[in-house]
Write a protein that binds this ligand. Structure first.
Ligand SMILES: NC(=O)c1ccc[n+]([C@@H]2O[C@H](COP(=O)([O-])OP(=O)(O)OC[C@H]3O[C@@H](n4cnc5c(N)ncnc54)[C@H](OP(=O)(O)O)[C@@H]3O)[C@@H](O)[C@H]2O)c1
Length: 320
C-alpha cells in the first residue's frame, strides 16, 4: 500500500528527444529514482499516451505544430533534448536550417502548449551547447568561458542563442528555465567516444589538427545527474555549463583513450587541418576549435562530479 502511494505521488517528467544518446540514460536514471517518465517522440503517431513497460509515450509533430496535450497536462517537469544531430551530416544550407529549426520550432511549440494548456510544470531543463562560446581568447587558454560570456557569431553560437532565446518567455509563465550548455559528452555506446574508438580498432589514434585544441567534455553519468539536480534544486536557474572541471587537449584525450584500449600498441596519426576542412567543410571549424569552459557555476551549487578527470571517465565508459 505504501509503495503504491509513493509511486502515485512521484512527479512526472516529460522528455523530448528522450530516445537519443543522452535521453535514454536520463530516462534510466529517472526510473531508478521512481519518477514517472513520458517520452515525447516523433515516432509516435497515434493520439493518447501509450504505456510500454514503465514508460509512457506520446507523439508530436513539430512541423505541423501538434503535441498531444495530455502529455503537457501530466508533466511536472520537462527535459527538452530534441534536435537534429549537429555532427551527423555535412553542414549544407538545408542541414543547417534543420539543425536550427528542429530546436527553435520544437521549443516554440512547447512554449505555446504551456501557454495554452492548463498545466503544473515547475521547470523546463533544456539542452544547449558550449557551441555558444567562441574559440579560446589566448593560447594556451588562461581564463575559461563562463555563463555570462556572449554568444559567438559562428553558426553554432547563433544556433545556441536562438535555441536558448526561444524558451525565455517561460519566465512569464512562472516556469523555471535551466539551459544546459553541454560539452562533448563521453559515454558508452554512442556520442563522440564511438567515433574516437573506430580507428583504434586498427591501432590508430587520430589526432585532429595540431591536437592542442582544448576539449571541454563531461561524462554521460555526470550530465544525467546534473539534469536531475537542475530539476530538483531550485537554485538552478538560467544557463549552466555542463562540463567537467578539467578540460583536456584533443591530443590528451585521444592518447589517453588509446592507452586504455591498446596499452602501448598504437600509432598516433595527425590529420592535418586542411584535410579536415576538405572532408568536413564548415563543421571542421568546430572540431579544430579550442574551447575551455568553466564548471564553477555548477560546482558552486554543491554539485560534485563523479568523473572530474578524463582518465577515470574513459575507464568507466570502457568498462561498462
Ligand atoms: N551528445 C553530445 O555530446 C551533446 C553535446 C552538446 C549538446 N548536446 C545536445 O543535447 C541534446 C541531446 O543530445 P543527444 O546526443 O542525446 O542527441 P541524439 O542522440 O541525436 O538524440 C536527439 C533526439 O532528438 C530527436 N530528434 C532527432 N532529429 C530531430 C528533428 N529533426 N526534429 C526533432 N527532433 C529530432 C530524436 O528523438 P525522436 O526520434 O524520439 O523524436 C532523437 O532521439 C541535443 O539537442 C544535442 O544538440 C549533445
Amino acid at each position: 500500500m505504501l509503495g503504491f502511494i509513493n509511486v502515485w505521488f512521484m512527479p512526472t517528467v516529460l522528455i523530448t528527444g528522450g530516445t537519443g544518446f543522452i535521453g535514454k540514460e536520463i530516462t534510466a536514471l529517472l526510473l531508478r529514482k521512481n519518477y514517472e517518465v513520458i517520452l515525447l517522440s516523433r515516432t509516435v503517431a497515434s493520439p493518447g499516451i501509450l504505456n510500454k513497460g514503465n514508460i509512457g509515450w506520446a507523439g508530436w509533430d513539430i512541423k505541423k505544430g501538434i503535441i498531444y496535450p495530455e502529455a503537457i497536462r501530466r508533466a511536472d517537469y520537462i527535459i527538452h533534448l530534441a534536435g537534429a544531430g549537429v555532427a551527423e551530416k555535412r553542414w549544407t544550407k538545408k542541414r543547417k536550417e534543420e539543425i536550427v529549426s528542429s530546436r527553435v520550432q520544437s521549443s516554440k511549440l512547447l512554449l505555446r502548449c504551456l501557454q495554452e494548456t492548463k498545466n503544473n510544470v515547475r521547470a523546463v531543463i533544456s539542452a544547449s551547447a558550449i557551441g555558444w562560446y567562441g574559440p579560446d581568447r589566448e593560447e594556451p587558454p588562461v581564463i575559461p568561458f563562463r555563463e555570462m560570456d556572449p554568444p559567438d557569431d559562428s553558426f553554432l553560437g547563433e544556433t545556441c542563442r536562438l535555441w536558448e532565446e526561444s524558451l525565455e518567455q517561460l519566465e512569464g509563465l512562472n516556469i523555471r528555465l535551466v539551459k544546459m550548455r553541454t560539452g562533448i559528452v563521453l559515454g558508452p555506446d554512442g556520442g563522440a567516444l564511438r567515433e574516437l574508438l573506430k580507428p583504434l580498432r586498427f591501432g590508430i589514434a587520430t589526432i585532429l589538427g595540431s591536437g592542442k585544441q582544448v576539449i571541454s567534455w563531461i561524462h554521460l553519468e555526470d550530465l544525467c545527474r546534473l539534469y536531475l539536480e537542475a530539476m530538483e534544486n531550485e537554485a538552478f536557474l538560467g544557463a549552466f555549463n555542463a562540463v567537467a572541471p578539467k578540460p583536456v587537449t584533443n591530443r590528451n584525450l585521444v592518447t589517453c583513450l588509446a592507452r586504455e584500449v591498446r596499452g602501448k600498441f598504437y600509432i598516433p596519426v595527425y590529420i592535418p587541418s586542411f584535410l579536415l576542412k576538405w572532408i568536413m567543410g564548415e563543421m571542421s571549424v568546430e572540431i579544430l576549435k579550442s574551447t575551455s569552459v568553466s564548471a564553477d557555476k555548477a560546482r558552486n551549487t554543491g554539485f560534485q562530479f563523479l568523473y572530474p578527470s578524463v582518465d577515470a571517465a574513459l575507464k568507466a565508459c570502457l568498462n561498462r
